[in-house]
Design a protein around this ligand. Structure first.
Ligand code: 6GU
Length: 251
């Protein structure tokens, strides 16, 4: 998979060199290219923003640098494959919620281009223009406001990269993830334990060393349900009871 990020803070994307994403890059599973938006400015001050039409606080990112930047990035892929068309991902607090479902959808695309904005956002005409040529996703990572979309690019990239074939080892398999599709869909993961069996006077739940795989699976489901009820009652509301019954019958 290829990822391009156009930003006025290329240093902000340094974490893409470490951990899971960094290793995937080193193995050649991910081709990440970070570009400085100011490369595509032509004035002495490398201006990327201006005051909003209609007045009001803050600044808006100008369409010209973004248009030149996105044209150049898109052309760099079209050279090798004339049919190559990236997905454009625009992180914004006004976007659709970023979910595991969307992470899976993006992980199935060969090329993502991220356009994180600072200030009050990017001139709307840029999103309209590329929306006629590309699939454009305006995505929010939660109900709070960040100073810019760069942190969201890190979040989205990590969620997507770990879904790519061969990126996660078996030990870190994502089959049982909270939010993974399947029987436990819509339930959070319950508590986990490892050695030693006693720590500061605290033991572990007996069932986990019972050797009874059916009872262990049932216990995990009950704990997942308890934790979800407490932390995310909204997820219980849209839980499919039939899916849980099916899970139980399989035990
Ligand atoms: Cl994607 N960007 C910004 N600036 N703030 C956010 C966000 C994105 N998602 C939640 N808050």
């Amino acid at each position: 998979m290829r990822l391009d990020v156009v930003t006025i803070f290329p240093e902000y994307l340094e974490p893409l060199n470490v951990s899971l994403v960094g290793k995937a890059r080193a193995r050649g599973q991910l081709d990440v290219r970070v570009h400085d938006l100011r490369q595509w400015t032509h004035d002495r001050h490398n201006t990327v923003d201006d005051t909003p039409y209609g007045g009001g606080p803050g600044m808006v990112m100008k369409p010209d640098p973004w248009g030149e930047a996105l044209d150049a990035v898109i052309a760099s892929g079209t050279a090798a494959d004339p049919d190559a068309r990236p997905v454009l991902v625009v992180p914004t607090p006004s976007g659709v919620p970023f979910t595991q479902r969307l992470a899976v959808e993006l992980s199935e695309r060969p090329w993502l281009v991220f356009a994180p904005a600072r200030y009050e956002g990017i001139d709307r005409r840029v999103i309209e223009e590329y929306g006629e040529r590309l699939d454009v996703y305006e995505v929010s990572i939660g109900d709070y406001v960040l100073a810019g979309g760069e942190a969201a690019v890190l979040v989205i990239t990590e969620a997507v990269a770990r879904l790519l074939p061969g990126v996660l080892g078996n030990a870190e398999s994502h089959q049982d993830d909270s939010f993974a599709p399947g029987a436990m869909a819509d339930l959070l993961e319950g508590p986990v334990y490892t050695k030693p069996p006693q720590w500061r006077g605290r033991g572990i739940p007996e069932v986990l060393v019972s050797g009874h795989h059916g009872r262990i699976a049932r216990w995990r489901r009950d704990e997942a349900f308890r934790r979800t009820s407490r932390n995310r009652p909204d997820l219980i509301e849209r839980c499919d009871p039939a899916a849980l019954d099916k899970h139980d019958r399989a035990l």
